[in-house]
Design a protein around this ligand. Sequence first.
Ligand SMILES: [Zn+2]
Length: 109
Amino acid sequence: MDVHCSSCGEPWDVYHLRHDAIFETDLDPTEAEVWRGLSLTERLSSRYREKFKVAGYEFGASILNVIHCPGFPKGAKPDPDKAALKAGIVEILGDDEDGIAATMEDFGL
Ligand SMILES: [Zn+2]
């Protein structure tokens, strides 16, 4: 399943975001492994958000809500309608990552 970046529309594989994107940060592999075992909230703590940001990723309240992605022109802004819709989906579905992924895919988000 894919979800799309709010800024450039690039599709991102859900599995990649949940399991592999962390290895694109400058965390060492041991730390990245630890991250994979954290709760959904802990995975997006400010420390990890900072790491992701350096790697080019910016997320909303869920790691499946990609606001900015790597390889994306700096300074471009996310589509406000898409961003709002995605934030709403995450708010409704909370920790249900499978539900979030399926709903975003249904809406082509
Ligand atoms: Zn993007």
